[in-house]
Design a protein around this ligand. Structure first.
Ligand SMILES: [Ca+2]
Ligand SMILES: [Ca+2]
Length: 330
């Protein structure tokens, strides 16, 4: 009897721990804690719409920067007492020693109704976000109650006119104040662009696996015929040295580039080597110098075959581009 019961207890324990793993929430909150109350803030000029980005928050309140990568599944706003159009924005901030630039990488427009004092309105959304991104929104000049006023530590950057998708800008003004906006980020372990907890069912099932291979598209090289960089230096060639490789990836991936040189009697060409590069989701652009490791490619016709692999090891179909390495000038 005792022997028979032991496996049963083990099985129950295993089931319980699986259940706990599936139910554990990986969602995180980003932006204001929405605790403080509103004060009037118009856009800082006569422009009809402006963008605000949160750049500092008091310690202990919700995270200034997105605490995790994943998908924004909902965002909330406190106030405004008179409604209007608000565009929620995910902002990527790039800092150098000299300047800080701000790029809106994702956005979602919403019609916000007039809210009672202290009331919070929530909007469902599905926007990819990267850890470290900043939160912001566009507001109409006449909308009030989107800041907590006179918060010494909280700061935001203002952009007039508003930010444009994928265009980096320097801020027009710094402003004291907390944007009363908050978002919830869910993990996207299976990389399908949906939050794993409320937008797809993988967390409920307990298996979030990325089974979707990356897709490469729009692969091209400009120019298609070019000198290696060495030849330009030596000959002062009028044709450009090196080429720009451009493609779009459906998700972050490691891309391996295999090079084949046309060779008489060898179908598909002779393999001359390969290199790897990281790809982001969306447009990718990189410079190819015509050099492979320490060697410059010999003049001739080439074929580059790209295969992308995601973090789970799923591989894309090969994507091919042809190019020509020009010979030395005489
Ligand atoms: Ca997902
Ligand atoms: Ca994938």
């Amino acid at each position: 009897m005792r022997i028979a019961r032991a496996p049963l207890v083990l099985a129950c324990a295993a089931a319980l721990s699986l259940g706990a793993a599936a139910g554990a929430s990986g969602a995180v909150t980003w932006g204001s804690a929405l605790v403080d109350s509103n004060a009037n803030t118009a856009c800082p000029s006569a422009e009809p719409v402006c963008t605000y980005v949160q750049t500092a928050l008091p310690l202990g309140e919700s995270a200034l920067e997105a605490p995790a990568s994943g998908v924004v599944v909902r965002w909330r706003i406190k106030g405004p007492t008179n409604g209007g159009n608000v565009t929620f924005r995910v902002i990527r901030v790039a800092e150098t020693d000299v300047v800080t630039s701000y790029t809106s990488v994702e956005s979602a427009p919403a019609k916000v109704p007039s809210l009672a004092a202290g009331e919070v309105k929530e909007f469902p959304v599905q926007l990819p976000v990267r850890a470290g991104d900043h939160i912001g929104f566009d507001k109409e000049a006449g909308m009030f109650g989107l800041f907590r006023a006179q918060t010494p530590v909280a700061r935001s950057a203002a952009f007039i006119p508003p930010l444009v998708h994928n265009q980096a800008r320097l801020k027009d003004q710094g402003t004291v104040g907390q944007l009363l906006v908050q978002a919830e980020i869910e993990p996207d372990v299976d990389n399908d662009g949906f939050g794993d907890e409320t937008q797809d069912s993988c967390a409920a099932v307990g298996v979030c696996q990325d089974v979707t291979p990356p897709v490469l598209s729009g692969l091209r090289m400009r120019p298609k015929a070019f000198y290696p960089r060495r030849e330009k230096a030596r000959a002062g060639a009028s044709k450009p040295a090196g080429s720009l490789l451009r493609f779009t990836a459906s998700e972050p991936a490691r891309v391996s580039v295999e090079l084949f040189r046309s060779s008489r009697g060898v179908p598909g060409g002779k393999r001359v080597g390969s290199f790897d590069q990281a790809a982001v989701r969306g447009q990718n652009l990189s410079y190819f110098s015509g050099k492979l490791g320490k060697r410059y490619l010999r003049p001739g016709r080439y074929r580059a075959s790209l295969v992308a692999r995601d973090g789970a090891g799923n591989a894309s179909a090969p994507s091919v581009v042809r190019f020509r390495i020009l010979g030395p000038r005489r």
